[in-house]
Design a protein around this ligand. Structure first.
Ligand SMILES: C[S@@+](CC[C@H](N)C(=O)[O-])C[C@H]1O[C@@H](n2cnc3c(N)ncnc32)[C@H](O)[C@@H]1O
Length: 275
């Protein structure tokens, strides 16, 4: 078995690259993790050093590789109805957040949606809670940097284990079970899928001017933990410009807004309102 080591110099180059491209800050302690996670990828590509991989990442052909690279060093872990208190809050405040809207129009962004469980949970939540769901004009933009995660999201098929946290009746109304050679998969209702636009988007480097409308809610959960303070501050400020006064910004359980205090007010742990 070929063993490729990473030198301090190579780690430094990769660290700078990650910071500039995706805003992820890697501490010195992460050298072993980076080596461990990328080792297999180097072998797959037939490379014999991290310098060679670094040159590849920086070449025009390497543009596509950035997504694989991010997959290797960050996590795509997600689940349906993650952070139950977020859904409880939305349910308890259904009237103020949704029902009071005069035009029955809802626009939501699931930023860093991973393999789709988050945007599909939002759609399932809305269908389960808005009596005349069919009469609403609902659109969710769901974005992630990882092409692999987006491909799974677009497929919209989940294992029995993936859906097990939901009540049977909810699964029945929103998924179709399909037998496959490897077991049963649950396919999301195409009507729900058709209201979600999945796109590749790098939160750190891509252009926010593509947004031509304001959003009612932004979910940006469990991705900013990887970013440093300045990247987070600048990103949250760009999010703020897309929200109307009073609209919601929802972060991951262990995340909080520490800067941007003049843009957002805390309502409940990890749930903010645009000021
Ligand atoms: C842990 S998952 C969070 C998924 C979901 N939001 C949740 O809370 O369950 C983090 C996701 O962030 C994505 N990600 C990492 N850096 C990113 C960036 N710069 N721009 C967009 N997405 C990024 C990863 O590909 C991954 O799918």
């Amino acid at each position: 078995m070929i063993n490729i080591e990473i030198t301090a110099e190579e780690f430094e180059k990769i660290r700078k690259f990650v910071k500039a491209k995706v805003g992820i800050s890697l501490s010195d302690q992460k050298a072993t993790m980076v080596r461990g996670r990328l080792h297999k990828r180097l072998l797959e590509l037939g490379m014999s050093s991290f310098s060679e991989y670094y040159r590849y990442l920086n070449s025009p052909e390497g543009e596509e590789e950035i997504s694989n690279f991010i997959n290797a060093i960050s996590t795509n872990v997600t689940s349906f109805f993650r952070s139950p208190h977020h859904w409880t809050y939305l349910k308890e405040n259904l009237n103020e957040i949704f029902l009071s809207k005069p035009n029955k129009k809802i626009r939501i962004w699931s930023a860093a949606c991973s393999s789709g469980e988050e945007p599909y949970s939002i759609m399932i939540f809305l269908r389960e809670n808005l009596k005349d769901f069919d009469k609403w004009d609902i659109k969710i933009l769901a974005t992630d940097i990882s092409h692999k995660a987006l491909a799974k999201a677009l497929k919209g098929e989940y294992s029995e284990k993936d859906v097990e946290s939901m009540q049977k009746a909810v699964i029945h109304r929103n998924f179709t079970p399909k037998k496959t050679p490897t077991g049963v998969v649950y396919e999301i209702d195409p009507i729900l899928k058709s209201k979600i636009m999945f796109r590749s988007f790098n939160l750190v480097n891509d252009d926010f001017s593509i947004f031509k409308f304001h959003l009612d809610i932004i979910f940006c959960r469990n991705v900013m933990i990887y970013f440093d303070k300045e990247t987070r501050r600048s990103l949250i400020s760009r999010f703020a410009k897309l929200l109307n006064k009073g609209s919601l910004f929802i972060m991951g359980d262990s995340e909080a807004i520490t800067e941007n205090k003049n843009e957002f007010a805390l309502i409940k742990s990890s749930i903010y309102k645009k000021i």
